[in-house]
Design a protein around this ligand. Structure first.
Ligand code: SF4
Length: 313
């Protein structure tokens, strides 16, 4: 089983939602329920999508240029963001989720699906204009944030959105995707987590501690420096709020590292006790508890198949 911080949160919020996303969803399976679950798992709110556009532009354009010691202008970055934003918007508004020929891998970087197109209404022109304005502002702010600029420019090597994997316990592999890892020529690396929302009250401390542990224990990618980080408490951790220009630096103590390890183990144990390593064919949505709070269902991407599965038989 693959464990991640987001999967652990999903499991605690609603076990059934976790089942649809982590066991049922499959883009390759012939079973229509599994394909449906896979496509529903790709639904995004407008607000999550605009954050992803920012993240993708940083990962695919800014980071490679900085690694080449090249030069990039804010205008160039915004042009790339605008192109991606418009192509994904067009795709998402067409909402081809029921097209039997839809293959996510064939769509390249245009692929995007909106939650509201499935369960609500087409986003209004005002909402779309606001989403673009947020992308524009986030990128403008990124160029103004001195601590972030210094962290990125002084790095000997940058890595964006790279999976870090390590074995947590028998049959459980942890998977973590830090937004950016900035390796330094000397000293410990820096992990940056981008946030693109106006209210920066969410503290990403536990998630960042898990990233630091993953960096110290994961199988090294070939392009990583020899010893990325042997001690997770030395990894520099930054949560960067791109809409508010707020930078939170986290220094994680050894005790917090132990707490984060205990969190991962207890969550993985909770999940494996329920699934016992069984594959999809031996499990059913009914084996998993529904959400405790109705509000969780209001935001859930799997609402249709969840309700259909409950009313089947
Ligand atoms: S609709 Fe509600 S009960 Fe069903 S998977 Fe989603 S959150 Fe869970």
């Amino acid at each position: 089983m693959r464990w991640s911080y987001s999967a652990s949160r999903s499991f605690r919020q609603c076990q059934r939602q976790w089942f649809f996303k982590n066991i049922a969803a499959s883009g390759r399976a012939n079973d229509p329920l599994r394909r449906r679950a896979f496509l529903l798992s790709k639904l995004q709110s407008l607000s999550a999508w605009r954050g992803k556009v920012v993240d993708d532009v940083i990962s695919t354009m800014l980071v490679p240029v900085l690694n080449r010691r090249g030069h990039i202008t804010l205008k160039g970055l915004k042009e790339r963001a605008s192109d991606l934003f418009n192509r994904q918007l067009e795709f998402a508004l067409a909402h081809p989720i029921n097209d039997p020929n839809l293959r996510v891998t064939d769509e390249g970087d245009e692929f995007a699906l909106f939650y509201d197109m499935e369960y609500g209404q087409r986003p209004s022109d005002i909402d779309i204009a606001q989403a673009w304005s947020d992308v524009d502002e986030a990128l403008t702010n990124l160029f103004k944030m001195e601590r972030i600029r210094d962290g990125l420019k002084s790095a000997s090597y940058l890595v964006a959105q790279r999976g870090l994997q390590f074995e947590l316990m028998d049959g459980v592999t942890v998977l973590a995707y830090p937004d950016v890892i900035a390796f330094a020529a000397e000293g410990p690396p820096l992990i940056i987590d981008w946030k693109v929302h106006a209210f920066g009250e969410n503290d990403a401390r536990l998630q960042l501690a898990i990233y630091a542990i993953a960096l110290s224990r994961a199988k090294r990618h070939v392009d990583f420096p020899d010893q990325p980080a042997s001690d997770p408490s030395t990894v520099a951790l930054i949560e960067a709020q791109l809409l508010t220009q707020s930078v939170r630096e986290h220094q994680i103590s050894e005790e917090e590292i132990i707490d984060a390890e205990e969190y991962m183990i207890s969550s993985a144990y909770e999940i494996t006790s329920l699934t016992e390593g069984k594959p999809f064919k031996d499990l059913s949505a009914k084996d998993f508890q529904a959400a405790q709070y109705a509000e969780s269902c209001q935001r859930c991407s799997f609402r249709t198949i969840c309700w259909e599965s409950l009313h089947a038989n």
